[in-house]
Design a binder for this molecule. Structure first.
Ligand code: HXC
Length: 257
């Protein structure tokens, strides 16, 4: 696959998508989001791929929606052509997505990171929702996902002031899973994705769905869904194999069945 604004690669069972608009700090133009979605579609349907790593450059994961493209749009334009809807493709991935974030993850860039399942940050990473400084507000799930990830106090601070937080604070409050030195970012993200891709894919898929459910509805609904998904895994051969391997003190051989 060849695109202008994203670079797509694969390493064994891991798909890698690199946002690539260096002159605009990976600002998320319509073209970039469309190409990102095509790359996600391709990995989602590729049976050889078990997990995806989404990354940017050393300087920027993504500095937000492309402000130059948004500037001429009116309210009625946005109603007529809901360009934000296209951004949700990432959140609908059933395969796990690991974000490898270095540099700026701002506005829509921070929102993309929040849609990923695991966020690994370089110590250079900076997260923020600066839309308020443009007279806007987050529009790709930021108010909702950030609030659920870090609670009201930090969300209001970030969304209402637009201030950036560094990687250490992002880890402390729960946006980021791990912080690593910049030079180790891709290696760590690929190791995490490779590990997940080697596990039983039905269990990974349903576990992801169950965790996401915790952020989508109320608690009772989430617990009911979790129970149903947990029970359904007992219909897989991999669960039998995994539990047998444990009791027999050996490594499991998963066959995605
Ligand atoms: C378009 C952008 C951009 C953006 C940076 N650039 N961010 N272009 N949209 N979001 C461009 C700059 O115009 C500049 O182009 C080049 O990238 C380098 O940026 P500089 O500002 O010169 O770099 P620096 O001084 O290092 O500052 C980095 C920065 C700053 C702090 C990240 O660029 C910045 O504040 N960017 C905007 C961040 C932001 O407000 N994001 C939220 C967008 S709204 P030229 O041609 O001048 O060299 C949003 C809403 C999402 O995301 C809602 C869902 C759809």
């Amino acid at each position: 696959m060849s695109f202008e604004t994203v670079i797509v690669e694969r390493q064994a069972a891991v798909g890698i998508i690199r946002l690539n608009r260096p002159k605009a700090l990976n600002a998320l133009s319509l073209q970039l989001v469309a190409e990102l979605n095509q790359a996600l579609d391709a990995f989602e349907t590729d049976p050889e791929i078990g997990a995806v790593v989404l990354t940017g450059s050393d300087k920027a994961f993504a500095a937000g929606a492309d402000i130059r493209e948004m500037q001429p749009l009116s309210y009625v334009d946005l109603l007529a052509d809901d360009f934000v809807a296209a951004w949700e493709r990432l959140a609908r991935m059933t395969k796990p997505v690991v974000a490898a974030v270095a540099g700026f993850a701002l506005g829509g860039g921070c929102e993309l990171a929040l849609m990923c399942d695991i966020v690994i940050a370089a110590d250079t990473a900076k997260f923020g929702q600066p839309e308020i400084t443009l007279g806007l507000m987050p529009g790709a799930g930021g108010t909702q996902r950030l609030a659920r990830a870090v609670g009201k106090a930090k969300t209001m601070d970030m969304v209402l002031t637009g201030r950036m937080i560094d990687a250490a604070e992002a880890e402390r409050i729960g946006i980021v899973s791990r912080v690593v030195p910049s030079a180790e970012l891709m290696e760590t993200a690929l190791a995490v994705a490779t590990r997940i891709a080697a596990l039983s894919q039905p269990s990974v898929r349903l576990a992801k769905e169950a965790v996401n459910r915790a952020f989508e509805g109320g608690l009772a609904d989430g617990i009911r869904t979790e129970r149903r998904l947990f029970q359904s895994l007992f219909a897989t051969e991999d669960a039998r194999e995994g539990m047998a391997a444990f009791t027999e003190k050996r490594v499991p051989h998963f066959r995605n069945r």
